[in-house]
Design a protein. Structure first.
Length: 304
């Protein structure tokens, strides 16, 4: 029997169906059913009543789940026991905006809770960081989740979702986003970045075949250009520091506004290590502080 089968059983009990559990564990419904059959063979008794349209767990299945949860709780207690110092070194990659918005708070928390932990921190585009992670050059990354949802061969943990806005020169006459794009030059966020591609797709949907004036790679450069009256742009919600430094107007995009999803990602083999969990929890806390309560929703592991 594989421990993975017990994880699948827990997912089935949580969701109430093989199909829903299959999405969580990244398997087909038939593969989930096969695993449950193999568990039944291992224990020598049924785990589900299959006589109805929807499978129902037997009392024995619930007993297994309770025993499993007790075991997990005991293991977690051992991991968090005082004196179990977290040591080691982690190679962390972050996108540029996360180095300002999240990294300082996360490092401060880690300095307090895991002072022996060593870091090697690099910066890059989200796509480059993903390549580095797959190639083993880094151990984890904080980045924008790809439009495709991300590789199912990696472990994804959502941190926050940033709704994008339109920014315009401080002297601009406010109008609808479509009218603003037709009235002013479009400063395009670099489409080499995931956020830039998300913003560009939205703009091209609003005004098909719209030409851009020029591309800029970072939100600060875009904010400075917009503030100087060079055009309008669609960017993630700007930090208060940028809004103070560069006067500009923010135009909400309303329903259907583009969103970029920020995530912590690592290899599945590292996802449950105490070292990785400590870093993840630090970034979750930093995200909650930066983005508020909305950032705490769905902090469980997600599979694309």
């Amino acid at each position: 029997m594989k421990l993975q089968f017990l994880q699948t059983l827990t997912a089935v009990l949580r969701h109430g169906s093989f199909a829903a559990a299959a999405k969580e564990v990244n398997l087909t419904a038939s593969a989930v059913s096969l695993q449950m059959r193999q568990l039944e063979d291992f224990f020598g008794q049924p785990l589900f009543d299959r006589s109805a349209r929807q499978v129902r767990p037997t009392p024995f299945a619930l007993e297994i789940a309770e025993t499993l949860q007790q075991t997990v709780d005991k293991l977690d207690a051992l991991r968090s026991r005082k004196g179990m110092e977290i040591t080691g070194r982690i190679r962390l990659g972050t996108m540029e905006s996360a180095q300002v918005a999240l990294l300082p708070t996360a490092l401060q928390r880690l300095r307090e809770r895991a002072p022996a932990l060593e870091f090697s921190i690099s910066k890059g585009l989200s796509s480059t960081l993903l390549d580095d992670l797959k190639a083993g050059r880094i151990d984890a990354a904080v980045l924008v989740k790809p439009l495709s949802g991300g590789s199912s061969r990696l472990a994804w943990f959502p941190l926050a979702s940033e709704t994008m806005v339109m920014i315009a020169p401080p002297t601009a006459r406010l109008a609808s986003p479509v009218e603003m794009l037709r009235r002013y030059d479009w400063i395009r966020m670099d489409p080499a970045t995931t956020g830039g591609r998300i913003a560009a797709q939205y703009v091209q949907k609003l005004v098909p075949r719209l030409n851009w004036a020029f591309d800029l790679p970072g939100t600060e450069a875009i904010a400075a250009s917009v503030s100087a009256g060079l055009g309008v742009s669609v960017v993630p919600t700007l930090r208060d520091e940028l809004l103070s430094a560069y006067p500009m107007l923010q135009v909400p995009l309303g329903r259907g506004a583009p969103v970029r999803h920020i995530a912590f990602v690592c290899r599945p083999a590292d996802a449950d290590s105490r070292l990785t969990q400590a870093v993840l929890e630090a970034f979750q806390a930093a995200s909650q502080k930066r983005y508020g309560e909305a950032a705490t929703q769905g902090l469980h592991r997600q599979k694309p």
